[in-house]
Design a protein around this ligand. Structure first.
Ligand code: HEM
Length: 288
């Protein structure tokens, strides 16, 4: 449609014709066919009309989607590390760091919620707890936290989800691929670590700390290997931030009550916060 103020039908300055978007479609919109917003909008079935519950459910779903995209990027980074393509691996790691920042920013939505707001719907959650999130657990497995007990809750998931989670438990973690790559770059990782079963939690190792110390000594700012180490540090920090923001949301809304998942709640989460992803990358900093 030609605008009265802009009879030439052009954006002032850019010379391109302005054309209104298409508004008539014979079927559903191509946008909805692609994004499936109409399906997404059916997934917020709350048990109450409480604003806290609606927000809690939507934010949980948003976070689940972020877990998925982060895991996708880490699998991408692993694929490129295995072919020694550090440039592409680095891009995937940086993307995942930015996704983490988006994810962590969404905790802001919880800051208004007081204990009475949470109590208004908490009982309706029954035994449901984020502890049972299989997508979060997938992220943890990729980071190298592998406790077999944490596979068990997901045994009866529908579809291929359990099989995929179990495969991630058995497969090398992102850190396993990082260490194999470091070794190939001349930063020796003990053979016993490279050959170890990949279905166990990575244990701190002094020789790996030595490798990081050496890598920082050899590679200055802006070099690919330094950027690699720093991207991994960013990721570990963003992950800790997620846990910390979660802990504070718990502390704000339910104090030290027992969790709906049956844990001691705050105390259990504080202990979990102590576990550090990529431990030698952190401990090496004392010696650098
Ligand atoms: C006010 C909001 C929230 C409260 C009070 C809360 C409470 C808790 C508690 C008490 C636990 C410990 C396990 C249990 O006994 O239930 C837990 C674990 C967990 N929650 Fe939440 N949660 C909240 C929001 C969320 C959201 C939005 C997510 C996003 C999906 C989430 C994901 C998780 C995960 C992944 C765990 C397991 C952490 C681990 O294994 O270290 N939580 N939550």
């Amino acid at each position: 449609m030609t605008s009265r103020r802009n009879p030439s039908n052009r954006h002032p300055g850019d010379g391109a014709p302005t054309q209104a978007p298409r508004v008539e479609f014979e079927d559903t919109t191509p946008y909805d066919a692609y994004v499936r917003a109409s399906t997404l909008a059916t997934l917020q079935k709350t048990a109450t009309d409480e604003p806290g519950e609606y927000m809690f459910l939507v934010l949980s779903q948003i976070m689940e989607l972020y877990f998925n995209v982060i895991a996708f990027e880490w699998r991408t980074a692993q694929r490129f590390l295995r072919t020694d393509d550090l440039g592409e691996a680095l891009l995937a790691l940086r993307r995942s760091r930015d996704h983490f920042r988006g994810l962590n920013a969404s905790w802001v939505s919880f800051t208004w919620m007081t204990p009475p707001d949470f109590n208004a719907f908490r009982e309706r959650l029954g035994e449901a707890s984020g502890f049972q999130s299989f997508l979060y657990r997938h992220v943890e497995f990729l980071l190298g936290f592998k406790d077999p007990a944490l596979l068990r809750p997901h045994k009866h998931l529908a579809g291929d989800h359990y099989a995929e989670l179990a495969a991630a438990f058995e497969a090398p973690s992102l850190y396993d691929d990082v260490l194999a790559y470091l070794d190939r770059q001349g930063y020796a990782v003990p053979q016993a670590v490279l050959d170890a079963e990949t279905n166990a939690t990575h244990e701190w190792n002094e020789a790996i700390e030595d490798a990081w110390v050496q890598l920082y000594a050899d590679n200055g700012h802006g070099t690919p290997l330094r950027e690699f180490a720093e991207s991994l540090t960013d990721i570990a920090e963003e992950f800790s931030d997620w846990r910390y923001r979660h802990l504070m949301a718990v502390r704000r809304t339910m104090g030290a009550k027992v969790g709906t998942g049956g844990s001691a709640g705050l105390a259990w989460l504080e202990k979990s916060l102590q576990r550090q992803a990529f431990p030698e990358l952190w401990s090496s900093r004392t010696r650098i």
